[in-house]
Design a protein around this ligand. Sequence first.
Ligand SMILES: Nc1ncnc2c1ncn2[C@@H]1O[C@H](COP(=O)(O)OP(=O)(O)OP(=O)(O)O)[C@@H](O)[C@H]1O
Length: 243
Amino acid sequence: MALLTLNTVSYDYPTTHGLVDLTLTVDAGEFICLMGPNGSGKSTLLRLLSGLTTASHGTYQLAGHAINAAYLADAVKRQQLHQQVGMVFQNTDVQLFNPTVAEEVAFGPQQLGLPAAAVTQRVTDCLALTHSTELRDRVPYQLSGGEKKRVALASVLALNPDILLLDEPLNGLTIAAQQDMLVLLQQLQRAGKTIIMASHNFQQVQSVGQRFLIFNADHQIEADVTQAELATDTTLQAQLMTL
Ligand SMILES: Nc1ncnc2c1ncn2[C@@H]1O[C@H](COP(=O)(O)OP(=O)(O)OP(=O)(O)O)[C@@H](O)[C@H]1O
């Protein structure tokens, strides 16, 4: 069964389109890369999937629930959604606000009301998973860009979401750190997570993504291809190299 479905979804900003007439089905366990030119709609799609905003037209179903304004107005349902879907933002400063890294990662599980011992365990596990254990007592705001990405991911993983959304998670990372991030995302996929990631970096993500959704400048999905299909489409590859 499909994990999530968008049916003829559009999203309008006051003076421009964000997404136009998007129909999409995602199964559990997929590793999807969103690609396309600047302003084509990748971040808008991630915001919509995470429940930060709702479609102007069309429907979004997640695990059998219609995610709409009425759903998101219900605090309990909204919390369920945020447990199910975790998002690492392009600008991680918007999601790091605690005085220490350990408190940052503990924040989500504490909000869920988990017992203190379980919270401590999750903090330890998620910092280890993201190679951030040594950052435990640092101030998140003072970390480097790459360190912030790791801590943001750790804080999202602490909620153990089924779906991970990542907006340009490789931006600002060294080549080695990009590789580390991609290996970690593959491990998470093997552990059963569904991964949807926006990236400009085709060379880095081509061997990791299993499905590629390519947006065009009209905010529509122009191509929806598997890794194998993309591997034989040299024209599309050449186009993605220029992003
Ligand atoms: N807060 C906003 N207010 C008004 N328009 C917006 C806003 N955010 C995005 N847009 C517009 O919506 C369209 C889609 O933007 P979006 O950020 O989703 O694209 P993107 O594919 O993620 O781009 P990038 O690769 O540059 O991150 C663009 O035309 C953009 O200018």
